[in-house]
Write a protein that binds this ligand. Structure first.
Ligand code: SAH
Ligand code: SF4
Length: 380
């Protein structure tokens, strides 16, 4: 019989329950987590400290498998981007971003997105489907063990130190699948990342911000992009359901649970739309007296048909300076992997757009690589 249950879908508690239900020792879950998530082993026969009957049973009923890789692009700056096949002509992407003090993986949570933010190419594609836990966590599993091998890291050395849920999709619209994946990221028997090194970014799904606070208060980033409801209604349509007053109140509640004492507000600077110095001052007024926050200013990544432009470096600098003068830490996100379009939703958009020349090229690479990529598990 073909293996069906992907172990990448389980957090440790769920794996233990699954084992117990099948008559195996629950404590074997811990050993299994070590093999899969700390050593990258996908072949049950190699998991030598598991009881033989469990190994045989796993070989029959389970698998460890990441999504098939359609394409990989490596930037001159070390950024690596993978495009994963999620079926039905859809794809999601993950981006590995090496920096001096950390290596960050940007992970996707959905194929497409229903939130329809006007400046986002994922939003422009519409919503296809939620990823399941194995598909979310599989991105980390794949990237961690691919990069460990490629960077020549010694046994036990980690390739990825930080995870940001800032790829395609709205993670808090896929909470049921997100939560087990976050738990494995934090589990000391798996990736062992501290809660401060895992960031969930949301466009503002207020009830789910409260759920996350209770269940797994990792670092929170909120995509604000505007200092008032009128403008945010236009840029982030979800604002019409959860306006700024409700969103900021949820952030305040979140910080009571979070080990991290600030929230990152993301602000994508759009030329002539939200990037004026008076809008920076309006943002300061909006936030005055509320809670500790930092601002992540993101230069807009243009895409065809958006009708929007990137703010000039001078305007970005002026906006950042206005915040900084008021004592707010404002970092301008560096554009990484510019030569490979390593921005939210861009490459996956090309695959969907099979009529564009570049899209056809990517699909051609994808077709050639598909067969080779079907079985992605390898043994560390
Ligand atoms: N859906 C979540 C997380 C994914 S998007 C969210 O919206 O927060 C991650 C970040 O990239 C968000 O802050 C989003 O607003 C921003 N973003 C989306 N499209 C962008 C673009 N074209 N240029 C720059 N930033 C963009
Ligand atoms: Fe979805 Fe985030 Fe893009 Fe908005 S910015 S459409 S929430 S992925």
């Amino acid at each position: 019989m073909k293996p069906t249950t992907n172990l990448l879908a389980f957090d440790q508690a769920a794996l233990a329950a699954w084992y117990a239900q099948a008559g195996h020792k629950a404590f074997r879950a811990r050993q299994t987590m070590h093999w899969v998530h700390q050593r990258g082993v996908a072949d049950f026969g190699s998991m030598t400290d598991l009881a033989r009957p469990l190994r045989d049973w796993l070989a029959e009923h389970a698998c460890v498998r990441a999504l098939p890789v359609l394409a990989e692009q490596c930037s001159r700056d070390g950024t690596v981007k993978w495009l994963f096949d999620v079926g039905a002509g859809n794809a999601v992407e993950s981006v590995f971003i090496p920096e001096a003090a950390r290596n960050t993986l940007c992970v996707s949570s959905q194929a497409g997105c229903a939130m329809a933010c006007s400046f986002c190419s994922t939003g422009a594609q519409g919503f296809s489907r939620n990823l399941d836990s194995a598909e979310i966590l599989g991105q980390l599993w794949w990237a961690e063990f691919t990069m460990r091998q490629r960077l020549g890291l010694a046994e036990g050395q980690r390739a990825i130190s930080n995870v940001v849920m800032m790829g395609m999709g709205e993670p808090l619209q896929n909470y049921g699948a997100l939560l087990p994946a976050l738990r494995v990221m934090l589990d000391d028997d798996a990736y062992g990342l501290s809660r401060r090194r895992v960031t969930v970014s949301t466009s503002g799904v207020v009830p789910m911000i409260d759920r996350l606070a209770d269940d797994c208060p990792v670092a929170l980033a909120v995509s604000l992009h505007a200092p008032n409801d009128a403008l945010r209604d236009q840029l982030v349509p979800l604002n019409r359901k959860y306006p700024l007053s409700e969103l900021l109140a949820a952030c305040e509640r979140y910080l009571r649970h979070a080990p991290r004492d600030f929230i990152t507000l993301e602000y994508c600077l759009l030329d002539g739309i939200n990037d004026a110095p008076e809008q920076a001052r309006e943002l300061l007024a909006l936030m005055r007296g509320r809670f500790p926050w930092k601002c992540n200013l993101i230069p807009f990544n243009p895409f065809p048909g958006s009708g929007l432009g990137r703010s000039s470096p001078q305007r970005v600098a002026a906006f950042a300076a206005t915040l900084a003068e008021a004592g707010i830490v404002a970092t301008v996100r560096k554009t990484r992997g510019d030569d490979i379009d390593a921005a939210c939703g861009q490459l996956a958009g090309e695959v969907q757009d099979r009529t564009s020349r570049r899209g056809r090229r990517v699909v051609a690479i994808a077709d050639a690589q598909r067969a080779a990529a079907m079985d992605t598990g390898w043994t560390a």
